[in-house]
Design a protein around this ligand. Structure first.
Ligand SMILES: NC(=O)c1ccc[n+]([C@@H]2O[C@H](COP(=O)([O-])OP(=O)(O)OC[C@H]3O[C@@H](n4cnc5c(N)ncnc54)[C@H](O)[C@@H]3O)[C@@H](O)[C@H]2O)c1
Length: 350
């Protein structure tokens, strides 16, 4: 298999002695950006595989969102069983910051699984190529409210396709996972007049459901709920070849990453007449806001407009998919490929 990435930096951190991997998939549209994942892997090469896959997904995410950024990802591959105390964590983050800084702006990092705004603050002491630092340090902080708004925009587009109106008033939705994004999104949906069914593996989250007047279902029952739209907002491969047959909804649209157990599940959903908006499109609001404000220096209103533009992006994808008989996933991939091809062509011609 050919390497499809512009640059992959692999270092043993001089302080932490841990593998630090930065994968820059593409800078065709602009300098690369993507989160830092601090996660356990059986072997550091599994972390490399993750970095290669996730950085390529970031390229598609930015291309479809119409942002002048390329795809990158950083991974620190923690051996199984290793936990980081505060001192060791600082060493790891300093090691990551050095690698990012050595790339001279080719890649900027933000938070991902295992990292947050406070970690970005520490990285920001070494390199300016970082985003989502806490607001008091001039960063855009927690991205989840913007991710929730972006998902709402995607849901509005799906509603328009299904029911001829973007309004979610009176629609029934099942929100799976009431974490930072899911809870915020559930509040937005309630304010829009939607009727919610919700779940979480954390029983404490029942309180949020009660506060919103939502119906609570067990996590293993909610996917088959009799609702208009299912909104995956937790973790993991929630849609599989088996459970797609049980769905009773007309669409699945949510912020959770990696919703499909395998790519073919998108075709199964399509054959059942269920609209599935690729997660990398529906979940882009957080990174769109962070990158727009911190790396492209857009004002809050301009950044907000870019997040809301997810509605138009999804409208177009659904329209194209319908017209050409494609799945929305194929339409999104083709749009990304077209935009990247056009940018690469411009570069060659320059
Ligand atoms: N935070 C962001 O800005 C952002 C941006 C893009 C994508 N995402 C994705 O959105 C999803 C949610 O992110 P988050 O930041 O809200 O995470 P979070 O950890 O705050 O929330 C996840 C919630 O899901 C619950 N959960 C886990 N497994 C579950 C299951 N099987 N059934 C029901 N509930 C379950 C957890 O208890 C938790 O409440 C993740 O997949 C994340 O990768 C988040």
């Amino acid at each position: 298999m050919l390497l499809d990435h512009e640059r992959v930096a692999i270092h043993t951190g001089p302080r932490s002695r841990l593998p630090v991997i930065v994968a820059v998939h593409s800078t065709a549209l602009g300098p690369a950006a993507g989160g830092l994942r601090l996660w356990h892997y059986p072997d550091w090469r599994d972390g490399l595989t993750d970095a290669l896959r996730l950085s390529a997904a970031m390229t598609s995410k930015f291309a479809v969102a119409g942002l002048p950024s390329g795809g990158g990802k950083a991974v620190v591959a923690l051996p199984e069983g290793v936990t980081l105390d505060t001192g060791r964590r600082r060493e790891v983050l300093r090691d990551v910051a050095d690698v990012i800084d050595s790339l001279g702006g080719m890649y900027a990092t933000g938070p991902d699984v295992g990292t947050g705004p406070a970690d970005m603050a520490l990285i920001g002491e070494t390199t300016p190529h970082v985003f989502c630092r806490p607001a008091q340090l001039g960063g855009s902080g927690d991205s989840s409210p913007h991710t929730a708004r972006g998902t709402l925009a995607a849901l509005r587009a799906v509603s328009r396709r299904l029911y001829g109106t973007a309004s979610l008033n009176g629609r029934s939705l099942a929100v799976i996972g009431l974490g930072r994004v899911g809870a915020g999104l559930a509040r937005l949906l309630t304010a829009e007049g939607a009727a919610l069914t919700v779940t979480d593996i954390d029983p404490d989250k029942r309180r949020i459901g009660e506060e919103l007047g939502a119906v609570w279902r067990a996590p293993d029952e909610i996917l088959a709920a009799d609702v208009d739209i299912v909104v995956p907002s937790a973790l993991g491969s929630v849609l599989t070849g088996q459970n797609v047959a049980e769905l009773r909804c007309r669409a699945v649209v949510g912020p959770a990453n990696n919703q499909l157990a395998t790519p073919e599940v998108a075709d199964l959903l399509h054959h059942r007449g269920i609209i599935w908006v690729p997660d990398y499109v529906a979940s882009a609001g957080g990174v769109i806001n962070a990158i727009s404000t911190e790396l492209h220096h857009a004002g809050a209103d301009a950044a907000d407009a870019r997040v809301r533009a997810i509605e138009e992006t999804v409208n177009d994808l659904l329209e194209t998919a319908h017209r050409l008989g494609r799945t929305p996933a194929q339409a999104a991939d083709e749009l990304a490929t077209r935009r990247l091809g056009a940018a690469s062509g411009l570069r060659r011609g320059a």
